[in-house]
Design a protein around this ligand. Structure first.
Ligand SMILES: *Cc1c(COP(=O)(O)O)cnc(C)c1O
Ligand SMILES: [Zn+2]
Length: 399
């Protein structure tokens, strides 16, 4: 059903070597270098300007329909995206940066930016004619997939590791998805998902190594940041990095806006991780070309406990070519940062998202960011899904 693919998509192309082939809902991997192929927009075919976009209600990511790879008829609407960009002047002052804003993704329907990825991935699955979608997830993507699949009338099969959060597991059930809890970590959940895919050739995989449409949904975070800043790029974007899907999506979005001439500059991208699982930081420190899997991953930040970074080469390239870097802070500093943001600016961040704040402090200490820099951090998830963890951190402070 290729009419489901937007007219402006002229190919699926390899982000690393440029190999291109005919557009597809399930493009697979580059035959030359094995990177995941992604939809490519022919910018001359884009029949919208930024002034027109600005006139549309700020209520769903489909307001950028002309820049999305699927035809608008495929849209599964749940009101994802259109999140606030919250200025944090007190913290900007305290950290010593020109400005600091949190892109508050916690206001999405299931409380995280994973909704944006599922909005497009589930639309692609539906357009491909499947009745079943399946993924492995640390928790939030499974929750978002269950909600979107329910909305689209598809059956979702969600594989979560035992340590996934209670809210995430419960809500997968609540949305009527088929939940498999796997002993072990994300790697084991991924293996269970792969095994199920082998047994069910008619299922559509919406796991991050298999579909580029999650990146395509997440790129709208950058479109919104640029628009909310009056079509000006920030100097730095700090992103809590697990598999790096959102980072890749936003970097692609930044490139697209620059090549359309809607925004002059592109930001430097910084990856924030937990020291409990920091394979991207290790690869950057080593000057490596690929990301080696982390051994014994262990962090309270489940969404960034991703030991094997499937698109590691692409992530390293974005960090290096944009002039950014990668930084890890420990869980205690991350949870303290979550409390600081909640107490100081009123924004409740998930632990993963708070890694951008402790990471920003470390980047300023290292002299990589400072008084000239307008910084946007991605508040990828809401603290409301983690009230127990955040309250416990107060206990550890005797409060
Ligand atoms: C999944 C997740 C991340 C990491 O996302 P990637 O794009 O895969 O790196 C960060 N924060 C939260 C809250 C998440 O759920
Ligand atoms: Zn390639």
């Amino acid at each position: 059903m290729t009419e489901a693919i937007a007219d402006a998509v002229d190919a699926v192309a390899c982000p690393l070597c440029g190999h291109a082939e005919a557009p597809s809902l399930e493009p697979g991997r580059c035959p030359d270098c094995d990177a995941l192929l992604e939809p490519r927009l022919d910018q001359d075919a884009i029949a919208v300007d930024r002034e027109t976009v600005e006139t549309r209600p700020f209520d769903d990511l489909w307001r950028y329909a002309e820049l999305l790879p699927l035809a608008p008829e495929t849209a599964v609407g749940l009101g994802s995206g259109a999140t606030p960009l919250v200025e944090c002047p007190t913290l900007a002052d305290r950290f010593g940066v020109a400005s600091l804003a949190v892109k508050h993704e916690g206001t999405n329907p299931t409380g995280t930016f994973k909704d944006r990825g599922q909005a497009l991935a589930i639309a692609a699955a539906g357009a491909a004619g499947t009745e079943h979608v399946a993924l492995a997830s640390a928790g939030n993507a499974g929750h978002a997939a269950a909600a979107y699949a329910a909305r689209a009338g598809l059956q979702a099969h969600v594989f979560l590791p035992a340590r996934a959060g209670f809210v995430q597991k419960a809500m997968v059930n609540v949305h009527g998805a088929d939940l498999t809890v796997v002993e072990g970590r994300l790697t084991e959940a991924g293996a269970a998902h792969a095994g199920a895919m082998d047994e069910h050739p008619d299922w559509f995989s919406i796991s991050t190594p298999d579909t580029p449409y999650r990146r395509e949904g997440k790129k709208t975070m950058y479109y919104e940041v640029a628009e909310q800043r009056g079509w000006r790029a920030p100097d730095a974007v700090v992103y809590p990095t697990g598999g790096g899907v959102g980072l890749l999506g936003m970097a692609k979005g930044a490139r697209e806006l620059a090549s359309l001439g809607w925004v002059d500059d592109e930001p430097a991208f910084f990856a924030a991780q937990s020291t409990g699982c920091a394979p991207v930081v290790a690869a950057m420190d080593a000057g490596a070309a690929t990301v080696e899997a982390a051994t014994d991953p262990d962090t309270i930040c489940g969404g960034i406990e991703v030991p094997s970074v499937g698109a590691g080469r692409e992530v390293l390239r974005v960090l290096r070519e944009s002039g950014g870097s990668a930084v890890a802070t420990d869980d205690d500093a991350i949870l303290d940062a979550a409390l600081t943001v909640a107490e100081t600016e009123g924004v409740a961040l998930a632990p993963e998202a708070a890694a951008t704040i402790s990471g920003l402090e470390a980047l300023v200490d290292r002299g990589e960011l400072g008084a000239d820099d307008e910084v946007v951090v991605l508040g990828t998830g809401t603290g409301l899904k983690h009230a127990d963890v955040l309250r416990s951190q107060l206990m550890s402070q005797g409060i």
